[in-house]
Every structure is written in C-alpha cells, then in structure tokens.
Design a protein around this ligand. Structure first.
Ligand SMILES: NC(=O)c1ccc[n+]([C@@H]2O[C@H](COP(=O)([O-])OP(=O)(O)OC[C@H]3O[C@@H](n4cnc5c(N)ncnc54)[C@H](O)[C@@H]3O)[C@@H](O)[C@H]2O)c1
Length: 376
C-alpha cells in the first residue's frame, strides 16, 4: 500500500466521517493506497480541536489556503458549506491538487460551470462524493439495469428522503438558507445522491417539470429570534429521459425530501421496463427486488445481496452493510481510481455528472417559476 496523505478542508460532519473511514481501512483487501488524515483546515476552533485526538494529524489550520499550499499533502477532501465550493475547488484545481469534492459541486449552475472551466486546464484528479450507490443492493441494481435486462424502459424513480426538518423548532443552519445552501435548496443537498446512478446509466434528462415546496418558512435563529428559512424543503422532478443506447424517451422521477415523515435516511432506486425491473432501498438494505416473467408468471423476486462490495473486504459476506461501509467503499474506489487500479468497479461521481445534475436542478427552478416543463 502506498501512503496517501489527506488534508481535510471543512472539519464538520463529513470531515469527521473521513476519520472513521481511515480507521477502518484494514477491512479492505489488497488496496493500492492507504489514506492518512494528516491535516485539517477549519476556522472554527471546536471543529479543529476534535481532530487533535488523531495521532496522524500534524497540521490544524484556520485557513484552507495553508492546505492548498502544502506540498506534503497528496489529496484534499473539501467538505465546506456550498457558497465556498467555487472559490476553494477553483484554487485547488489551479494548484493541481487532487481532491474529493462534496456535492452539489458549486452553489448553482454558474458556479459549477466555473469549476468545470478551472478543471479543464488542470491536472487535478477530482471526483464528487456520492456513497449510496455503493450499497451492495444498489450495486446489483445498477449492474442489472446496465446489462439491458430492463428492455424498453417504462419508469424510473430515484429518491432520497429524510425528515431531519420535521421539527419546526429545530434551529436554522447554513443548509436552510438560500445564501449558503443555494437557491436550489434540497436539490443541492440531496440531488446528486439521486442523480448519480441514473446519469451513470446514460439516462439523459431531456425535459424537467419541478414541483418545489418550501414547507417551513421560518426557524429559530442563533439567539432564538425567528429568522426566514428560505430554501426548498422538498422537490419532486418529473423528467423526460432518453436512454443513451437509443429508443423512446421514458418518465423518470427524482425525489429529494428533507421532510418525508417516517423516513430517517432513505435512498432508493426503482426502474421498470418491458422485460425486467429492479428495486432497492436503504430502508431494507439486505433486500434487492427484481422483476421478470418466469414460466408465464409476472414475478417480483427477492435477492439478498449480502456484503459483496465494490472493493473486497475481509468482513463476512453475509454481514449487514451500512452507511459507514458505503463511505469506506466510496473512498476505496476514489483512491483506487486515482492510482489507476479501479478496473471495472463503480467509480464515484464525476465532475461532469455533478454538472449535469446542476443543469437539471436549474431547469427545475425555471420550470417551477414558469409553470411549464424546462429543458436542462
Ligand atoms: N456525502 C454526504 O452524504 C454528505 C452528507 C452531508 C453533507 N455533505 C456535503 O458536505 C459538505 C459539508 O457539509 P457538512 O454536513 O459536513 O457541514 P458542516 O456544517 O457539518 O461542516 C462544515 C464545516 O466547514 C467549516 N467551514 C466553514 N467555513 C470554512 C472555511 N472558510 N474554510 C474551511 N472550513 C470552513 C465549518 O466550520 C464546518 O466545520 C457540503 O457540501 C454538504 O452538501 C455530504
């Protein structure tokens, strides 16, 4: 294994998750790289202090520029609020730094386009975080759809639902303000998770009708006084989609909801065609459902995908897989791809896929404003 020295810019929720990924790395079998979390940049002292517990961390900086300039760092993980994506990603690209970006990859379509421009003249190896497709059931669903087993596609439904905003008294944070989360609101928070697999399957959005909902319009601010909460909480996008392999357009729904009562963290993908169908949800992660006509009967069968992951692991093939495993797999595939050893495994989201998702979210905003479908 070659050591890969990682610097984290933004030591919040996701930055801390990387510490867990590094700690569990020995579960992977014959991986070419070993990540070491060596540096953290965050202006918040408490965020920096959390990382002092890790023996590997040598640098705790308040300014992200210190990490971009540090030649002792091989890879950056940039996990900051959305209004900071463009400045930091463009600077990392200009310095030729490899990095794993966070979604939505720029606060809006224009910002994402400027990041893409910066990458076009950069040597940086860049991918965008999207871990849910690494659930074994999601991997099997992807492989089944990619094999052509669906036949003529009829309907696709991809979604990510949670309910962390069900409580109206929950204090506001940067993810609930358009200024820092983006005008696209929940689509910026959850949308790439939903878009990644459909885009990878070559299902190209041709038209978008967006149904957007700002359910909770005010929340307690830092001092308890009520402040405006001006982002979309829930979004339902009705897309026309064209299969890359050719054929007729079909209907695809992308659903992102921060307020889906009864759901804690549900990512799902369903796709049905004339010959086959597939359904997977993290709500029942041990089960994959497949449709086919068997002996003249229309049959949905249940398959248990077990713990067979994109990158092999030492843990038992029958054990349950969870969010931390998905993150480990995503990082394993990001670093393997960087090392040129991904093979035919599933790579994490590309900048082009993140940009394509932004085109859809931007069209959804226009469509909701104008009351008609919009072209991405
Ligand atoms: N892949 C996923 O499942 C997933 C989940 C949650 C969030 N995210 C994404 O990760 C990113 C960060 O989200 P989070 O939930 O970790 O947020 P967070 O608020 O928990 O953490 C963000 C951190 O960035 C720091 N920060 C603010 N300004 C900074 C600056 N100028 N330089 C360096 N650090 C700065 C904050 O102090 C904070 O510690 C966002 O893009 C978000 O969409 C991804």
């Amino acid at each position: 294994m070659t050591d890969v020295r990682i610097g984290v810019i933004g030591g919040g929720l996701m930055g801390r998750e990387l510490a867990g990924v590094c700690g569990r790395w020995d579960l992977l079998v014959d991986h070419p790289s070993r990540p070491r979390l060596v540096a953290v940049a965050d202006p918040a002292p408490a965020a920096r202090e959390w990382f002092a517990r890790l023996d590997s961390v040598q640098t705790l900086a308040h300014d992200w520029r210190a990490l971009i300039e540090d030649d002792g760092i091989d890879v950056l993980y940039i996990a900051v609020p959305h209004q900071l994506h463009e400045e930091i990603y463009v600077a990392a690209a200009a310095a030729g730094r490899d990095f794993l970006a966070e979604k939505p990859f720029g606060i809006d379509l224009g910002s994402s386009a400027r990041i893409m421009d910066a990458l076009a003249s950069s040597t940086s190896f860049v991918r965008v975080s999207s871990e849910f497709p690494y659930y074994p059931g999601a991997q099997r669903a992807y492989a089944y759809a990619a094999s052509g087993a669906l036949g003529d596609i009829l309907d696709v439904r991809a979604g990510f639902w949670h309910s962390s905003d069900l409580n109206r008294s929950k204090p506001i944070n940067w993810k609930r303000r358009a200024e820092t989360c983006g005008e696209i609101g929940v689509m910026g928070d959850l949308g790439l998770h939903v878009a990644h697999v459909p885009l990878r399957l070559g299902w190209q959005p041709t038209s978008v009708y967006g149904r957007l909902d700002d359910v909770v319009q005010a929340r307690p601010g830092p001092d308890g006084a009520t402040v405006e909460c001006d982002t979309w909480d829930n979004a339902l996008l009705v897309l026309g989609a064209h299969p890359q392999a050719g054929g007729r357009d079909f209907t695809m729904l992308w659903e992102t909801r921060r307020i889906a009562p009864g759901h804690v963290n549900t990512w799902f993908l369903e796709a049905v065609g004339m010959d086959g169908g597939v359904r997977f949800s993290t709500r029942q992660p041990t089960v994959l459902r497949r449709f086919g006509v068997r002996d003249g009967e229309q049959t949905w069968e249940e398959v248990q995908p077990g713990n067979i992951s994109a990158w092999p692991v030492v843990s038992g093939a029958i054990f349950e897989f969870g969010f931390s495993d998905a993150l480990l797999q995503m990082w394993a595939c990001y670093l393997a791809e960087r090392a040129g050893e991904l093979g035919d495994r599933f790579g994490t989201a590309t900048p082009a896929e993140a940009f394509a998702s932004h085109r859809v979210f931007d069209a959804a905003l226009r469509s909701w404003r104008d009351g008609v479908p919009a072209v991405p």
